[in-house]
Ligand binder design. Structure first.
Ligand SMILES: Cc1cc2nc3c(=O)[nH]c(=O)nc-3n(C[C@H](O)[C@H](O)[C@H](O)COP(=O)(O)OP(=O)(O)OC[C@H]3O[C@@H](n4cnc5c(N)ncnc54)[C@H](O)[C@@H]3O)c2cc1C
Length: 693
């Protein structure tokens, strides 16, 4: 038998982790906790010169932060914040240090088309929620669909209460219903007031539903429960119809209320309240389709809020804005977690580049703990052995660069304003022939640039015992050919779990945001126009850059990028980069003045000198492609807990992690699961959300 996870030995178990994104770094962090007393000797292999993967950033000219793409963390990222906080505490000795790295933000915007074809932003503040993400969670941490249903009702009630044209409530029965049928009778009684029925009465009726759901004996598919939800929706719609036509602002609130009502109906029609599969029972349907089947109107399905949900998840098949698609299971899970479980603030923005705020501290802590980093190692092949059980027998790497004579390790950071930061290019001066390679523009992160210094093969038993595969899903077909050719599950996974390219744009601007005409304060806004549907004001990071005079504002934009068939043609990255440049120019000239009216003069021309600098990128490298959660694909994901291969575990946002979505939290959950698969720690119930429905 190969030296697998089950073997007991006196010497440390050698773990080869391939990849340095959120997932792989989390596994390394878990396996090297002091509690393990050095049981795992971790070596991390990473192509190119930096950690971060899809979350990488670098420092370019003037110390400017160049992101892979706009990243915000959400207030429900319990696992990600927990590890991040522990990392900062270990690094600085200060348990509050992480709060200087993350900025709580509660303002979120979506945009809707107006009758005259323009765009109108809608801005809301999410109230601060008790606690902070990553704080210890007292038992019970487990939520079930019934809990979420209750919270959906609470949301619905607050939306209805928020509709400002309501009149004073009339009397209601006041007493809680004892069955669905009784609740239906109460509802009928309430709406029997006809013209005088009020939204407050409907809201009161929604409360009855909460009482019903709370009754443990109630069958989740009870037809009268369904009739109750349907009656609630129908009565509310009838009550509001004429008023909404006159008030677009209230219409927006109603659209969200409609989506909440459709979700409630869906809980019942899809039997989610009692289905042991939880939300996965609706994985085969697209989210919009599921909501449509449950009564949401076309207007609600096209509202800015729902478009924003798709935009934030790059949820477009083949990157085609005309083909929105996301699993209803994952979308519902996502928005319930986002709305109802955040702590502190809804969003947390990093106070610097993601590389500097997240991956530099992890690198420092892991290095102190003895993790060995092998930069400039590109995995090319995972070799599988079958004797004594299926296992990884070898790992082949291209060694992309060698160190200059006399250097033993690569020192990856540059200092900007005294902070250790990842540069946007390798530190050429540390590399053998670095000057020449720089001249030749070697790009170690580029899939199409395969130039190398040499090759190595690591062998099981001799060089490693266990493997953690933490590369992006897009890179799996290029490195795991043997697995895909011989294992139907791997073949199905790479066929069905899809990825898309993305595009990102950053603009440094001389005026402040108010001077550009944006007066609503720092914002994260989505549901805007293609080619850049999502915008975040990131002006707060300017102080960490090195520009004089400091620009007045900084904006990041992001979107999906239409896909094309993979080609091994070295012109691909250049061509796609140019394409994003053209998209950016068009977007700035044509679309941005809608948000920033004072950026242009009376004739719609940009005022001279407004844009100080711009940076854009096309994220087309296979590993950099964003992982989608398309309908019907969850079953094809493989779990980090899978034991098919004796010494192999996986991690990444593409695995079955309990939150099957392309986000930092899913990647960290997956990384923690991989550590559990190896070391039985963390315990599964410590991985917050893993056991959520
Ligand atoms: C543009 C964009 C914006 C996003 N915005 C957000 C956001 O706002 N909030 C959020 O939560 N999530 C966001 N995400 C998703 C988030 O970035 C990912 O879910 C997360 O970073 C995935 O981490 P990972 O470790 O699974 O994979 P990755 O980050 O892809 O890590 C894979 C690692 O493997 C390395 N690697 C690949 N191939 C090889 C090889 N052959 N040899 C050696 N190493 C290799 C890579 O270099 C990388 O280090 C965004 C993603 C994109 C693309």
């Amino acid at each position: 038998m190969p030296a697998g996870r089950s073997s007991r030995r006196a010497r440390p178990i050698r773990v080869a982790i391939v990849g340095g994104g959120c997932a792989a770094v989390s596994t390394a962090f878990e396996l090297t906790r002091p509690e393990h007393e050095g049981r795992y000797e971790v070596t991390l292999y990473q192509l190119g010169w930096r950690l971060g993967g899809k979350g990488a950033s670098g420092r370019g000219a003037h110390g400017r932060i160049e992101e892979h793409g706009l990243h915000v963390w959400m207030g429900w990222y319990e696992n990600a914040f927990r590890l991040m906080r522990e990392c900062y505490t270990e690094l600085t000795g200060d348990a509050d240090a992480w709060q200087r790295a993350f900025l709580p933000t509660s303002r979120i915007g979506v945009t809707d088309r107006t009758a005259d074809g323009s765009w109108s932003p809608w801005i809301r503040d999410f109230p601060p929620a008790p606690g902070l993400p990553g704080d210890p969670i007292g038992a019970p941490a487990r939520a079930d669909v019934r809990d979420y249903a209750r919270r959906t009702i609470a949301l619905l009630r607050s939306l209805l209460d928020g509709l400002r044209f309501r009149v004073e409530p009339r009397a209601t029965t006041g007493s809680a219903p004892t069955s669905s049928a009784a609740a239906l009778a109460i509802l009928d009684g309430l709406v029997a007031y006809g013209e005088t029925a009020t939204l407050a009465a409907v809201s009161q009726a929604a409360l009855s539903l909460e009482v019903l759901l709370g009754r443990s004996g109630e069958r989740s598919t009870d037809p009268s429960l369904l009739r109750f939800v349907e009656a609630l929706a129908a009565h509310t719609r009838r009550l509001l119809q004429t008023r909404l036509d006159r008030d677009p602002e209230q219409q927006r609130i109603w659209h969200i209320a409609e989506l909440a009502l459709a979700t409630l109906r869906g809980y019942v029609t899809s039997g989610l309240l009692s289905n042991p599969r939880g939300f996965d029972a609706i994985d085969d349907l697209d989210c919009r389709e599921w909501l449509r089947r449950n009564g949401a109107s076309e207007a609600a399905l096209d509202c800015g809020y729902l478009r924003g949900l798709y935009d934030l998840g790059f949820a477009y098949e083949n990157g085609d804005p005309a083909r929105p698609s996301v699993s209803a299971a994952q979308a519902v899970r996502g928005f319930l977690r986002a709305f109802f479980t955040y702590r502190g603030a809804f969003f947390w923005k990093m106070r610097g580049g993601m590389g500097d705020v997240v991956f530099a501290p992890f690198y420092e802590v892991l290095r102190r703990r003895g993790v060995r980093f092998r930069f400039f190692h590109r995995l090319t092949k995972v070799g599988i052995g079958r004797r004594d059980g299926a296992h990884v027998s070898s790992l082949d790497f291209d060694v992309q660069a060698a160190l200059r004579a006399g250097r033993r390790t690569y020192d990856p950071f540059v200092a900007v304003r005294g902070l250790p930061c990842w540069p946007s290019e390798p530190r050429w001066e540390q590399l053998k022939d670095g000057t020449r390679w720089r001249r030749e523009r070697r790009d170690f992160e580029c899939h199409w640039d395969q130039r190398r210094e040499g090759r190595i093969q690591l062998r099981v038993g001799r060089d490693f015992d266990l493997v953690v595969l933490g590369i992006g899903l897009g890179a799996v077909p290029f490195t795991c050919r043997e697995l895909i050719a011989t294992d139907a599950r791997w073949a199905a996974m790479v066929e069905h779990v899809k990825t898309v390219p993305t595009q990102a744009l950053q603009l440094w601007l001389r005026p402040s945001m108010p001077a550009l005409g944006w007066t609503a304060g720092p914002i994260t806004l989505s549901g805007f126009v293609e080619p850049f549907d999502t915008w975040a004001d990131m002006s707060h990071v300017l102080a960490l850059e090195d520009r004089t005079p400091e620009p007045g504002s900084l904006a990041y934009f992001c979107s999906v990028l239409p896909d094309e068939a993979h080609r091994e043609d070295s012109s691909v990255p250049r061509r796609r980069h140019a394409e994003v440049g053209e998209n950016a120019a068009r977007f700035v000239a044509r679309d941005l003045p809608v948000l920033w009216p004072d950026a242009v003069d009376a004739r719609g021309r940009w005022r001279r000198g407004t844009v100080v600098d711009r940076y854009w990128r096309a994220n087309v490298n296979p590993s950099d492609r964003y992982t989608l959660s398309l309908p019907g694909t969850a079953r094809h994901r493989i779990s980090p807990l899978d034991r098919t291969y004796d010494n192999l575990t996986l991690c990444g946002d593409w695995t079955d992690s309990g939150f099957n979505s392309g986000c930092v939290e899913a990647a960290v959950m997956s990384g923690r699961l991989a550590a559990h698969a190896i070391a039985e720690r963390p315990a599964l119930d410590e991985i917050v959300g893993y056991d959520h429905p």
